[in-house]
Write a protein that binds this ligand. Structure first.
Ligand code: ATP
Ligand code: MG
Length: 394
């Protein structure tokens, strides 16, 4: 069992002067994630890497799963640590490390050495060659293949020495908290949780807003959104979920506007309310799960009509994805089973049989004039009665 892990990151390595901020954020995210793993760990920065040392018994698989799921992590390598850096000890530890992981299976390898501490008496090429020779002499099943090795074997000389073979790929992206905050319009569907995941993966903190229309939508539908927020929070950390009671607003639109324009008008109000909450919460953008042409309200004309009421950027990370691709990503992040539970969301009840697919903004604005008087107090009431839920990862 490994007791030490080297955590590698890719993109944040190129951030120039701000690099330390990204590294510090990644260290924090790693610490937070490991808090949910059974065991005690010490996490520290180590020249272009993060070093995680287990201070107690723990399950290696659980630790690796946790670490590979932190945004910003490109690879996780369980390593053996040789504190005294004696080259003989390094070679022994290396052979032991390989035997534990590969058993008797024949394998080909190539050795790579990296000497971050230049005061170490051997240079990198020499370390690689001698360690490679030692492996061949001590493991019968090992064969060198310089061009297409099955395993890369690494020796890194830092304050201590570390040896390891190929690691586990991480999710990539940027550490959450390094790119500001955005407001996700989170419904109970398949798309919006994936959209939130994607934006958070770029380092953005996520708040969420859900429009609830009791009694047309049930408590179960709301619970499903809470469950989805919790699933996303496994990746993003805690999420503040704002539940807006949308019933009266929806009814007002239903009673006063042409029915083929209901969805688009409703969506325009959702965006405005989400934006008001977003501003209070210091969010810099709105995020939705829309994708071109998926439904009537997602044609280019409809998206333009929705954007027309927004004063902050609207990010739609799924805009050019096919449904099947979104479904696959939803399965990958573990949201799919929850998303397909059958509880209705508020859009399905007030949908017209033949919604407009090419709304003209002027026409929609004209229809909305019927709401000029009734709507402001309803919106104010909805904003006054927002239910705020703190959603924490499990
Ligand atoms: P999803 O699968 O995310 O529900 P969808 O394909 O069902 O999306 P729509 O219902 O048209 O599409 O919604 C488009 C987007 O608008 C959603 O991805 C979500 O961001 C937002 N949205 C829709 N309904 C709600 C709601 N009740 N509360 C919050 N946001 C919503
Ligand atoms: Mg939906």
């Amino acid at each position: 069992m490994a007791s030490t892990y080297l955590v590698k990151y890719a993109e944040i390595g190129i951030k120039g002067k701000n690099r330390y901020k990204f590294e510090d954020a990644l260290v924090h995210r790693v610490i937070e994630r490991l808090d949910r793993v059974d065991g005690k760990f010490r996490v520290q920065k180590e020249q272009g890497r993060i070093l995680v040392e287990a201070l107690s018994e723990h399950d290696e698989e659980e630790a690796i799963t946790a670490l590979t799921h932190v945004f910003g992590v490109s690879q996780v390598c369980p390593v053996s640590e040789i504190v005294d850096r004696d080259f003989g000890h390094i070679c022994e530890a290396l052979v032991e490390h390989i035997k534990t992981r590969l058993g008797d299976t024949p394998f080909t390898f190539k050795a790579f050495a990296k000497r971050s501490d230049k005061s170490y008496p051997m240079e990198s090429p020499e370390i690689a060659i001698e360690a490679g020779d030692y492996i061949i002499n001590h493991i019968d099943t090992a064969k060198v293949d310089l061009h297409n090795p099955e395993y890369k074997v690494f020796i890194e000389i830092r304050r201590a020495a570390y040896v390891y073979i190929s690691g586990y790929p991480g999710v990539g992206g940027m550490p959450v908290g390094t790119a500001g905050k955005a407001m996700l319009l989170l419904s109970g569907g398949i798309d919006s949780p994936v959209a939130g995941y994607r934006i958070a993966k770029r380092g953005v903190n996520i708040d969420a807003t859900y429009f609830h229309a009791p009694p047309y939508t049930s408590e179960r539908a709301k619970q499903k959104v809470v469950d989805l927020a919790r699933i996303i929070s496994e990746y993003t950390g805690p999420i503040t979920l704002h539940v807006v009671n949308f019933t009266d607003i929806q009814m007002a639109i239903y009673e006063n506007c042409p029915h083929d324009e209901l969805t688009i008008i409703m969506r325009r109000y959702m965006m405005q309310i989400a934006e008001t909450i977003a501003r209070k919460r210091d969010c810099l953008a709105l995020v939705t799960g829309e994708s071109i042409a998926q439904v009537a309200s997602q044609t280019l004309q409809s998206l333009a009509a929705t954007d027309a009421v927004c004063g902050m950027p609207v990010f739609r990370p799924l805009i050019a994805m096919d449904k099947q691709e979104i479904v696959e990503e939803s399965q990958k992040i573990g949201a799919y089973e929850t998303s397909i539970q059958p509880y209705e969301d508020c859009c399905t009840i007030f949908v017209a049989k033949h919604p407009v697919t090419k709304p003209k903004i002027e026409q929609i604005e004209e229809s909305e004039k019927a709401l000029t008087k009734i709507m402001p107090p309803l919106v104010a009431e909805a904003l006054d009665t927002v239910e705020v839920l703190k959603i924490n990862p499990r």
